[in-house]
Design a protein around this ligand. Structure first.
Ligand code: SF4
Length: 339
């Protein structure tokens, strides 16, 4: 074993024993790991995943309950009214949302997330008809399925977070998307701090945070590492890693897709920085990783979004289950970190 690999192995041992990777060490990983060493780094991260998280892969599905015509200008998103290309529709009927939850359950999802376009509930009146309908849909999902309802409804006030928790929402998605430094380059209609404030409101209400970001928007390794450290500081429980699948018509539509080995390196570094967190493969998995997507599950991933994404298609859930079986893994409830 060469000296660098020995050092990496020792870092892995330290993290398995309860330690964490520092910012400087993470930056060193990006500078010293040669392309032919990425799979060794993945193996170290996978050893940490096995020791700190176990073999279960937490499976969730999402539905876009309200699409397009969004006031915000997120450069990666085809739902923005500033560069629209996604379908536009209002809030889906409750019966349709519940039917989708049942289909997700049948496909093997443990969680089902109601996702809406828009800056957030915070800008609706406290008792808006939409919020009331969403709470009703959550109640019906709980009554008629075993899946746990999650939401991603943008910014929420402390009071709305409490109402969601009382309705049975245990986890809420609100991505940081990138570092504080890089965020203004992709969104200018709201701030990174707005997103942090919402995560704090959710956590204060007793709701688990699901928050991650997008890799491949032109951010630096420092930005990726700083996002991971911000998520660590916020004690976010579940971290979706999206790999930019450039959407035609958006400002990032012409960006080249990330190299799959760079994506693997990012996943592995996230696992070493966030050893006990639920690290979730999300949008762009199939488009960016292609035939290498199984390797992400051997680089630190312990959760996956299955089925379709918000505006793009995913591979059939049967293909995901077959991939997990080939790796000796299976869907279930991954352990939730408690600190
Ligand atoms: S990511 Fe969300 S807030 Fe941003 S434009 Fe898309 S739907 Fe709107």
């Amino acid at each position: 074993m060469v000296a660098w690999e020995e050092e990496l192995t020792q870092w892995g041992d330290r993290i398995i024993a309860g330690g964490c990777l520092t910012r400087d060490e993470a930056l060193t990983l990006t500078q010293r790991t040669q392309p032919e060493e990425v799979l060794f780094l993945c193996a170290v991260a996978d050893r940490v995943r096995q020791a700190r998280c176990g073999a279960v892969v937490d499976l969730c599905s999402i539905t876009n309950i309200k699409s397009g015509a969004c006031s915000e200008n997120c450069s990666f998103c085809s739902q923005s009214a500033h560069h629209p290309s996604a379908p536009i529709y209002g809030l889906k009927p409750t019966a349709e949302i519940v039917a989708e939850a049942k289909a997700a359950e049948a496909a093997g999802a443990q969680r089902f997330c109601l996702v809406s376009q828009g800056r957030g509930l915070k800008y609706n009146s406290p008792k808006s008809a939409e919020f009331t309908q969403i709470l009703d849909a959550i109640a019906r999902i709980q009554a008629e399925t075993q899946v746990q309802p999650c939401c991603a409804l943008g910014e929420v006030t402390a009071e709305q977070a409490i109402a969601l928790r009382e309705a049975g929402v245990t986890r809420y998605n609100h991505n940081l998307e990138s570092s504080a430094a890089f965020y203004p380059q992709v969104v200018s209609s709201h701030t990174w701090q707005d997103r942090v404030d919402t995560i704090r409101n959710l956590k204060a209400a007793g709701i688990q945070a699901c928050s991650g970001g997008i890799i491949g928007m032109g951010e630096s390794w420092e930005d990726r590492i700083d996002m991971a450290l911000a998520l660590r500081d916020l004690a976010v429980e579940s971290i979706p890693i999206n790999l930019l699948n450039p959407r035609p018509g958006t400002p990032l539509g012409d960006r080249p897709k990330l190299d799959p080995y760079e994506a693997l390196q990012a996943i592995a570094i996230f696992r070493l920085l966030l050893p006990d967190r639920i690290l979730r493969y999300a949008g762009g998995r199939e488009a960016v990783m292609g035939e290498l997507q199984a390797l992400g599950l051997q680089a630190g991933i312990n959760a996956m979004l299955i089925g379709n994404y918000l505006t793009t298609l995913g591979q059939p859930p049967e293909a995901d289950h077959a991939m997990l079986a080939r790796l000796g893994r299976q869907g279930g409830n991954a352990p939730v970190p408690t600190t």
